[in-house]
Design a binder for this molecule. Sequence first.
Ligand code: ZN
Length: 433
Amino acid sequence: MNGSTSILIDYYLISVAVAKYVDYSIYANPAGSTGPVLIQNYIYDNPLTLPNFIDEINETAAYMELFANQFGPYPFADEKYGHCMAPIGGGMEHQTMTTQGFFEKTLTAHELAHQWWGNNVTCASWCDIWLNEGFASYSEYLMLAALYPGEQINHMNQVHQSVMNQPGGSVWVLDSLNEARIFSGRLSYDKGAGIIHSLRYLIQNDNLFFAALQDFQATFADSTATGLDFKNHVANFYNIDLDSYFEQWYFGEGFPTYQVKYNQVGNDLILEISNTASMPNVTPTFTNPLTLKLSRQGQSDTLVRFAINSNSELFIITDYGTLIGTIGIDPGNWLINGNAGVYADPTLSIKEHGLNHHLALLPYPNPSSDFIQILEQQELLSYELYAANGKLMQVGSLAPGQKIDVRTVKKGSYILQLMNANQMKTTKLVTIN
Ligand SMILES: [Zn+2]
């Protein structure tokens, strides 16, 4: 710290540790910092501890330089970074001085990334712990991809498998008093990391993807943000609508399992892509795009990105040629998804296909300043309206045609949960203006 800079600190990021330490200092040269940044390490004063960890500790400089390129300048460059050993099982990202029980590359990268995701920008409430743990967990992947290329593939596979161990659960934490849920490894860390990876797939442009993260970091520096703040900020930055993506993957539950059927008719290829949701009563449809790997005779493999709007979609690729080999579902592993297989179906034709659309249940108008009604509503619904910080603003029931009165609700973004008599839930984002 110097006289002209004030550094804010969250109450949970302060630490005091007492032991016999040796001080092992190194420096990093992250982009955006005026000079080298000190990385000061307090290591147990045992003859074997520093030699055991020194290579791992030295890597911290490369991680900091990588993250400064991806997230923006190291936020506490005027001060330092560092590690202090203490007998804990993992790490705790104390501001500018992470506590770690040992040194291992994904742990060290995770805690360092928290200096951006958690310490520079802090989740506004425990509902949005994703902004801390999802991004710190995704940073492990980013570090492996950049510095241990190849290892990130298995890493993301394990993340996806962990999420799919159970069918449900949202990244957003509704019960912010439930500590076990807030720090759920499966949901806040793994699913949190997985959906950032899929957001990157959605954007299809790494320069733009990271530029938005940097812009978010700069805008919310030294302050707090909700998941909706992040959604709104990057949606504006990308100039795309991310509502359904966040409704399904962040506020919603579960994941899709894809099945592909195909039929070659002359030179045309007919494809049916269907997806089954693991929690259909909460999130019945995932409408993110899906990439298939298709091979055809005489050509190299092609990756084709299909827009998905319902649980079953039919595509025809005219003059495709002759399909050979197997069709790959999400070959880049961008999505948390199950795979129900790829089948030849000689009966598949354009005509006999019945689309299986779920009711859209669209809040209208959206944004609204006075009343919101639900288009396509055919049955009695109950509703709950939550603020971005998880605070319940309104609760009530809604007959078809009835409207929600939001005249007394402050301007802003809200989460509207609709539920029918069979406990089927739908989450929609609404804006009050
Ligand atoms: Zn963490």
